[in-house]
Design a protein around this ligand. Structure first.
Ligand code: 5AD
Ligand code: SF4
Length: 490
């Protein structure tokens, strides 16, 4: 191992990539790599890419143009910089990336991150491409040190499942992330115990199709996500649980019962619908109807009346008529989402829908605007209804103004409150006094919250935040950019 080298990782796309970026940094740390937020001083730049929509992939190539200039400038000073492309574009395009961007030294797919140190070493002699899909990286990826975990804040993400077997006709995930793979319960629990021990209070279990989770339980049989959540809820120090992203078909009885029974499971469900039209849902191969989706929501609301919902919608899927589109608008009104992400359909090479008859770009753009107006209306209504309510808030870090802290409501809204720094890492009742565009504002409440969350063993507190977490949280504060708090999939 040579001396210390600087590592800059830039994450694109969803929360799964943010998690993977942290794990790549952890895996490279024992080999002398120290993270830097400044790309221009890095010896190794990793772009962790997203392929879910065309725009996301194109962003990577424009970023590579910028990084190539940094590499050339460093070379003029006699310093060697290596560029690695990781993530779903790496998986989907492989060697094509090096053909299109010859400055790239390493192309590494999401299943091969445990081999990164070796790949980077080999890059001194040759260009390296590793996009093998088979390995189980979870067993071999290096866990972060306790200090590093503390520095990353009080809310953490844990991958429990990766890949997808659903093959929706618009989606690249089954091709880039491979078949569904669930981690065994005990490994997940051990990771969460380590996080809790370092001061983490909130865990979001993530996976492209998280509620298809079927990892091996301690009794040797496959456990459901509901069973896993019940087990994880008993880890001392963990006050809050979330999970994302779910598929409507996989909302089974154990998961709904977990919502009924566990106060620490947050009453906020991201459940992508994609389209409100049964005809389009069938063409998308979503394997459920709008009626079945509404039925899931009824069961969820029966189990947990304070649950709020969010969703993903695609407009302009091949063959979508005005009538089909109206059905999506109708579902937005029927469900009354607290928020939702919406996208113009983007043909992904190799997926079945890319070969279907396409909807004109202007039609897509116009529908997207109308859909977003409907979503915004419901989101504003949901936020306005929070005024005067008392929620439990998990304080995460100092807020915008001196003396302020910022935390999260059960519904993931950022809440700014005048509060002492000692409350970072604590779940505290807050009364909402003002509803802003990007945040709620509140005051520490004298009375308990409407639904008091389970609070055990308040753990020691992390007081500062890594750049990756900072980026995630500041992005998450703006509804327009909230996509990075979910996982592309389901
Ligand atoms: N075009 C547009 N949106 C897409 N999504 C996935 N694939 C595509 C595509 N080809 C959206 C879906 C998914 C979210 C993560 O991205 O709404 O739920
Ligand atoms: Fe799987 Fe979700 Fe993609 Fe469908 S949209 S193939 S469920 S990841």
């Amino acid at each position: 191992m040579s001396g210390t080298r600087k590592l800059h990782i830039k994450s694109f796309g969803c929360q799964m990539n943010v998690y993977d970026s942290l794990r790549m940094a952890d895996t490279l740390a024992p080999h002398g790599f120290v993270e830097t937020a400044a790309a221009e001083e890095a010896d190794l730049v990793i772009l962790n890419t997203c392929h879910i929509r065309e725009k996301a992939a194109e962003k990577v190539y424009s970023e590579l143009g910028r990084i190539r200039k940094l590499k050339e400038a460093a070379a003029r000073e006699g310093r060697e910089v290596r560029i690695a492309v990781a993530g779903c574009v790496a998986q989907a395009e492989g060697e094509e990336i090096i053909r299109r961007a010859p400055a790239v030294d390493v192309v590494v797919g999401p299943q091969s991150y445990h081999r990164l140190p070796g790949l980077v070493a080999r890059a001194a002699r040759e260009r390296v491409v590793d996009t093998e899909l088979s390995a189980d990286k979870f067993d071999v990826l290096t866990p972060p040190s306790r200090d590093k975990t503390r520095a990353r804040g009080v809310a953490a993400f844990v991958t429990v499942q990766e890949g997808c077997d659903k093959f929706c006709t618009f989606c690249v995930v089954p091709y880039t992330r491979g078949v569904e793979l669930s981690r065994p319960v005990e490994r997940i629990v051990a990771e969460i115990e380590r996080l809790a021990d370092a001061g983490v209070r909130e865990i979001t279990l993530i996976g492209q199709n998280v509620n298809a989770y079927h990892g091996e339980g301690p009794d040797g049989r496959p456990w459901t996500l509901g069973e896993l959540i019940r087990r994880v809820s008993r880890v001392p120090g963990i006050a809050r649980l979330r999970y994302t992203t779910s598929h409507p078909r996989d909302m089974d009885a154990t998961l709904i019962a977990a919502h009924r029974d566990l106060a620490c499971l947050m009453p906020y469900l991201h459940l992508p619908l994609q389209s409100g039209s049964d005809r389009i849902l069938a063409a998308m191969n979503r394997r459920h109807t709008r009626g079945e989706y509404l039925d899931v929501i009824t069961r969820m609301r029966d189990a947990r009346p304070d649950v709020a919902l969010s969703s993903d919608f695609i407009v302009g899927f091949p063959g979508e008529s005005e009538e089909d589109f109206q059905a999506s608008l109708e579902m937005i009104d029927l469900v009354g989402y607290a928020g939702a992400f919406s996208f113009k359909y983007s043909p992904r090479p190799g997926t079945p829908a890319a070969a279907m008859e396409q909807v004109a770009e202007e039609v897509k753009a116009e529908r997207l605007q109308r859909l977003q107006r409907a979503i915004d209306r419901h989101q504003a209504k949901f936020n306005a209804a929070c005024h005067g309510r008392t929620f439990d808030v998990l304080f995460e870090k100092p807020g915008k103004r001196p003396g302020q802290l910022v935390g999260r409501s059960p519904y993931l809204q950022p809440v700014q409150v005048m509060a002492p720094a000692a409350l970072i890492g604590q779940v505290v009742p807050v009364t909402i006094t003002e509803v802003g565009t990007n945040s709620l504002f509140g005051a520490l409440a004298a009375a308990p919250a409407e639904h008091t969350e389970a609070q055990r063993d308040p753990a020691p507190v992390a007081r500062h935040d890594s750049s990756a977490n900072r980026a995630r949280r500041s992005g998450a504060a703006k509804p327009a950019e909230r996509n990075d708090i979910v996982v592309a999939g389901a």
